[in-house]
Ligand binder design. Structure first.
Ligand code: AMP
Length: 211
């Protein structure tokens, strides 16, 4: 399985990629997680990209492409979460796939209105211990701390200002990729306002049909 997940912030790309990875064994590759890990490590590269991340802007293409290349080479079966984010990244992905003689099975676009996304993201918390994503209302972090000790933190770029900017960037640069993949006949669109298991099932059914 080789799929890309497109969709605005809060549509559930991370959650769905996690679930599909557990069910299928495909590797979940999240460029956002790679970016945050690099920033956390306080490396030279991490310091270079921190401001882009915190402001909700895209990190420069060359940096992101080089960051994810080894992961693509490393596994036969994967779900890309957060890449590509614009046309030049989509073209770079095509080139990298050609080099390893591989093809995409599907590009899955998760769709939801902006208001629903803002509501979801304001309640999002991530466990620093496990990386699992929770929602204060819909999927609260465990209280006992045994399954997941936390702490459960809000992302730097989930503030309202950064969020608004991220949605603008999505509509301007990432959403047009739907046409890019529709032209090739591999686009699948899924209503991301359904509940979590329904979305997963729809994605898996659609990908099976395309593969
Ligand atoms: P995400 O967790 O996917 O929302 O990504 C968080 C942040 O990481 C984004 O707002 C960007 O600053 C950066 N980032 C993640 N993926 C990419 C990408 N493909 N291209 C550029 N920047 C990215």
């Amino acid at each position: 399985m080789r799929i890309v997940l497109l969709g605005p912030q809060g549509a559930g790309k991370g959650t769905q990629a996690q679930r599909i990875s557990e069910k299928s064994g495909a590797r979940h590759i999240s460029t956002g997680d790679l970016v945050r890990a690099e920033i956390k490590s306080d490396s030279e590269l991490g310091r270079q990209i921190k401001d882009y991340n915190d402001r909700g802007e895209l990190v420069p293409d060359e940096i992101i492409i080089e960051m994810m290349r080894p992961y693509l080479d490393d596994a036969d079966s994967w779900i890309l979460d957060g890449f590509p984010r614009n046309e030049s990244q989509a073209e770079a992905l095509d080139e990298m796939l050609e080099e390893i003689d591989a093809e995409l099975d599907a590009a899955v676009a998760l769709e939801a209105p902006d208001e629903a996304l803002i509501q979801r993201l304001s309640g999002r918390r991530t466990s620093e211990a496990t990386g699992r994503i929770y929602h204060l209302e819909h999927d609260p972090p465990p209280e006992s701390g045994e399954e997941d000790p936390g702490p459960f933190v809000q992302r730097k770029d989930d503030t309202e200002e950064a969020l608004r900017r991220r949605l603008e960037v999505y509509h301007e640069h990432t959403e047009p990729l739907k046409h890019y993949y529709a032209d090739r006949g591999i686009l699948v669109t899924v209503d991301a306002t359904q509940n979590i298991p329904e979305v997963t099932e729809e994605i898996l059914d659609a990908v099976e049909e395309k593969a």
